[in-house]
Ligand binder design. Structure first.
Ligand SMILES: [Fe+2]
Ligand SMILES: [Fe+2]
Length: 234
């Protein structure tokens, strides 16, 4: 059996996703089917925390997508599906350089999957475009629609949430003295200031984004206050 990958014919054995996609059919529940596919293809996997993280991150991004869609009065299903599929290209990446292009890999997998389950062609096109640009920060295409920008917004909302502070903390906090940690707080607070200027695709996402910036700013201000008190108790 052959499939297409980045314009080249490849054998199914070289690309396990083709065998997985082949099992899925149109069944009247596109969201549930998309979840089942994402779960099967990218995780969770006991030996691979990266896969487990990617799967659970995709679920959280889909939850943000639902909140954005509801806030905008849209049918949440296409955005939830796009969010679930936004990182499905990771298992296809063969090198670190590929990782930088994972949105294109993900859009390619999403297109194959959505076609296989008979999803609406126009929505499929928008979903794949949204996935392909989800790693852009400011340099988004001028013709991107609010829907197409919303996968990126949902992804960044999860990446800017409390869990990321914990994850950053592992490398940020380890083996640093108070002076170094105060420098780190200044750096993180500067990042929040510039992050606030990031343009969101919708007013709903913008509201959530500023809330996350507030949370992050409050955390690093609290940390700075705690550290400034280190030598003041004696
Ligand atoms: Fe991504
Ligand atoms: Fe992501």
């Amino acid at each position: 059996m052959f499939g297409l990958f980045k314009g080249k014919k490849v054998q199914e054995e070289e690309r396990p996703v083709l065998k997985i996609i082949a099992k899925y059919e149109e069944n009247g529940d596109p969201l549930g089917t998309t979840h089942a596919f994402v779960k099967e293809f990218i995780g969770p996997c006991p030996e691979r925390y990266d896969m487990t993280y990617r799967y659970e991150h995709s679920l959280r991004v889909a939850a943000w997508g639902k909140r954005i869609a509801e806030g905008e009065g849209w049918n949440p299903e296409p955005l939830q599906m796009a969010c679930l599929l936004h990182d499905v290209g990771y298992p296809e990446c063969k090198s670190l350089e590929d990782f930088d292009h994972h949105p294109a890999f993900s859009a390619d997998v999403a297109a194959l999957f959505l076609k296989k389950i008979g999803y609406d062609e126009q929505l499929t096109e928008s979903i794949c475009k949204a996935i392909a640009i989800h790693d852009k920060w400011n340099d988004v295409p001028a013709d991107a629609t609010p829907f197409e920008l919303s996968v990126r917004d949902a992804d960044d909302l999860d990446r800017f949430d409390a869990m990321r502070i914990c994850m950053l903390g592992r490398s940020d906090i380890g083996e640093k003295n108070t002076e170094e940690l105060l420098e780190l707080c200044a750096k993180r607070l500067d990042e929040v200031t510039s992050a606030r200027k990031r343009i969101c695709g919708t007013a709903t996402a913008e509201g959530f984004w500023q809330e996350k910036c507030d949370m992050r700013q409050r955390f690093y201000e609290e940390l700075r206050t705690q550290l400034e008190g280190t030598f003041k108790g004696l």
